[in-house]
Write a protein that binds this ligand. Structure first.
Ligand SMILES: [Zn+2]
Length: 290
């Protein structure tokens, strides 16, 4: 078990768990397991330092999905609508039936419609007593910022990522590198070696230049050596790829970045390549937005 989950369990044992948790990442199954285990820890009548007993009625009911104080909200459809949240909200404010803690798990929280998210926000702002709300989602970016800012974020890597994360030093920085590289582990390793913040700053600055079409603002981005230029453009390429999939970036931007990368790998002045790329994106009206 990773350190982050161990700390969560410890907080649950000591009954000082945050009222709102956001589990995010691709492993929905693992998220569900951890949510169940936290619910058990909070409600088990013979809890030990190793966790829930798995034998008391409370543990049994939680595991079989029959505990009246453990609520699961999931949508059969593509989005979670306002009626479902209002329905859930009524149950959340009812008195506890038998448990010490109510635990509500909202699955696919990144599919909440805006009205539904706003209804959820009201509950979060006036939390019922001894109630933990766990949002489970694939992407944290899909969550309303006002909800996000109130939640304790818990990232669930998939198994290969988990192994990669175990092998690197600072976990928080490594998660940022994975995010920046859109889960490309080779690229994430290169980003980590170079420094997450440095990469992020350069890429953001370049995007700013293109957005404002201000050639003069390119100058602080130099000098740049070839290896760094390749790394930065690779990060932009994976992010652009994602933007194209979402339909917010035009495919020509990826082509332009790909061409620049090809040229960079030959004996060319990296500054020249970056300048040409910026001009090309200016002309095509690219914004490289995220
Ligand atoms: Zn138990």
């Amino acid at each position: 078990m990773n350190l982050q989950l161990a700390l969560l369990e410890k907080a649950a044992c000591e009954e000082r768990l945050a009222h709102l948790l956001l589990f995010y990442g691709e492993s929905a199954l693992h998220q569900r397991e951890v949510a169940l285990r936290l619910a058990q820890i909070l409600n088990c009548s013979h809890r030990t330092s190793k966790g829930p007993c798995q034998a008391c009625p409370s543990c049994h009911k939680i595991l079989s999905g029959n505990h009246p104080d453990i609520l699961w909200l999931k949508s059969p459809k593509k989005s979670l609508g306002i009626e479902q949240v209002l329905n859930w909200q009524e149950k959340v404010y009812l008195k506890h039936f038998e448990g010490k803690y109510k635990v509500s798990v909202i699955e696919h929280a990144d599919s909440l419609t805006l009205p539904a998210a706003n209804a959820l926000l009201k509950v979060i702002e006036e939390p019922p007593e001894r109630t933990i709300i766990i949002l489970s989602a694939e992407n944290a970016e899909g969550i309303l910022p006002t909800i996000l800012s109130r939640a304790q974020l818990v990232y669930f890597p998939d198994y290969s990522e988990d192994a990669w994360l175990e092998g690197v030093g600072d976990r928080l920085e490594a998660v940022q590198a994975l995010t920046l590289s859109r889960k490309n582990q080779n690229l994430a390793t290169a980003i980590l070696e170079h420094g997450v913040l440095k990469v992020q700053e350069w890429v953001d600055a370049f995007r700013g230049v293109v957005k404002e079409r201000d050639f003069l603002k390119l100058f602080p981005l130099f000098p740049i050596d070839k290896q760094n230029a390749i790394l930065y453009l690779q990060v932009m390429a994976v992010q652009t790829q994602e933007g194209i999939q979402k339909g917010i970036i035009q495919p020509f931007e990826l082509l332009a970045i790909g061409r620049a990368l090809d040229v960079l790998r030959q004996q060319v002045n990296p500054r020249l390549v970056i300048e040409v790329l910026a001009l090309e994106l200016f002309q095509q009206g690219g914004a490289l937005c995220d």
